[in-house]
Design a protein around this ligand. Structure first.
Ligand code: ZN
Length: 136
């Protein structure tokens, strides 16, 4: 575990949320990316080393749609940067944490990701992410 990579915020209107967070952070979003497998459209803002990921659903049955229906907009997950996601998944599994996907999957922003079930981490959905290194 190296640092907090980003904080994910579930929003109902990405365009409005981008405008709001652009005002708060005084920077513009640097990228928008759809993660089709998750049914989300993401937008990233960065200040220093800290990133905010805004997440809007693209499908009624996506995890973000369900989250907003149940809890409203708000902080959805905290993502931690790791060097070796397989190794961290193995370590946390051995510690008894429930990992939501058995294999790392492709996330936004060129990352391999996996999630820990919020019930094994005090109600907080935790994402591990490993940067995919491009071929030299
Ligand atoms: Zn994330």
């Amino acid at each position: 575990m190296k640092k907090i990579e980003h904080i994910g915020i579930a929003v109902s209107n990405l365009k409005e949320a981008e405008a709001t967070y652009s005002k708060i952070l005084n920077v513009s979003p640097y990228k928008r990316e759809e993660v089709a497998g998750e049914g989300v459209l993401t937008s990233f803002l960065k200040i220093g080393e800290s990133k905010i990921e805004l997440l809007e659903t693209t499908k009624p049955e996506s995890a973000i749609a369900k989250f907003i229906a149940k809890r409203g907009e708000g902080i959805h997950h905290i993502a931690f940067d790791v060097d070796d996601i397989q190794k961290e998944m193995k370590r946390l599994k051995a510690e008894g944490f429930q990992i939501l996907n058995s294999e790392p999957k492709m996330g936004a922003d060129n990352k391999l990701v996996c999630f820990l079930h919020p019930k094994s981490s005090n109600g907080v959905l935790i994402e591990l992410c490993q940067e995919i290194k491009s071929d030299p």
